[in-house]
Design a protein around this ligand. Sequence first.
Ligand SMILES: Cc1ncc(COP(=O)(O)O)c(C=O)c1O
Length: 380
Amino acid sequence: MTEQPAHRADLRIDVDALRHNVALLAERAQRSGARTMVVVKSDGYGHGAEVVARAALDAGASALGVAAIGEALRLRAAGITAPLLCWLHVPGDDFDAAVAADVELAASSAAELDAIATAAHARSRVAKVHLKIDTGLSRNGCPPELWPALVERAAKAQASGVLEVAAVWSHLACADEPGHPSIDAQAARFQDAYEQARAAGLTPIRHLANSAALLTRPDLHFELVRPGIAAYGLDPVPHAGDHGLVPAMTFRSEVVLTKRVGPGESVSYGHLWTADRECTLALVPVGYADGVPRNLSGRMDVWLAGRRRPVVGRVCMDQLVVCCDDDPVAVGDEVVLFGPGEQGAPTAAEWADKLGTIHYEIVTGMFRPRVTRTPTEVAT
Ligand SMILES: Cc1ncc(COP(=O)(O)O)c(C=O)c1O
């Protein structure tokens, strides 16, 4: 017996859009003299880390950033040789493997710095370390009161030849709220930390800006910027103007059944929707198991047969129903659940607004067991 495909929907990843976005971001960074590190953590924000990494490097990024050493090693195993920074370590992390694979490592504490130095010594390598200062986000990063000691320790380790302090860096809490006072406060602490590193004889580059700061604060570009979400075409500061980004992910399925129902007929669990006239219903074989939030029941549209149409009744685990009035829809017609939003079709940002969350959470959660992911490109 041949194995039956289980997929019911597809994530189309528009590689040309990824390239377009990264080229646009890298050009803005370049105007300030900064290079661009594209953040591909969490499997490239759900788009596929390797595909995004290659597109980003093609389009002008000079480095990549990830959270976990495993993510970095997977990119190396795929043949990606570009500079690669990894920043969120957990107990038991294999710094040895990271150093051996030439992965640059963040250090937020003396313990992390020492562990990296030990791995580099064992491998007879010079580890590239990015010292992270906590300027006010209060997640990882070295607290300012411990910074002088960390810098001194790093300078000693650098002098002994086991590591090179490549950068001083930090992360902003409220860059997506341009004008928020914390941005300048963090920038001032960042400058202090950098000056202390310089005073200790180090010559690191600086990086601070995520997508929102890249788009709104050119004065904070320094030598390197670290955009994530904007590379995927999702705008973290949509109220600050049109930045020309193109969403790269389209979530699509197709009609698998149509039927006519008369007035008074109700649809799906709980009978939340009842037809007030005769109409055609289209069944789409995707549900909350495939990433369509049940919470959008009764308040989402899809793009089908040339226009937006409402999903009616509850979104179920495996299926949802679309009201198509009297329009001719047929089995096999494409259904776009979200995408770049051309002609007013739904977008991931629209889902996020309705759900009271951010588009980051939508796209990073879309790759599911019954959903395929297909990179597409026109340009060669
Ligand atoms: C340390 C760090 N830098 C940069 C980014 C990219 O941020 P954004 O996706 O908002 O551009 C992230 C993402 O959360 C991050 O954790």
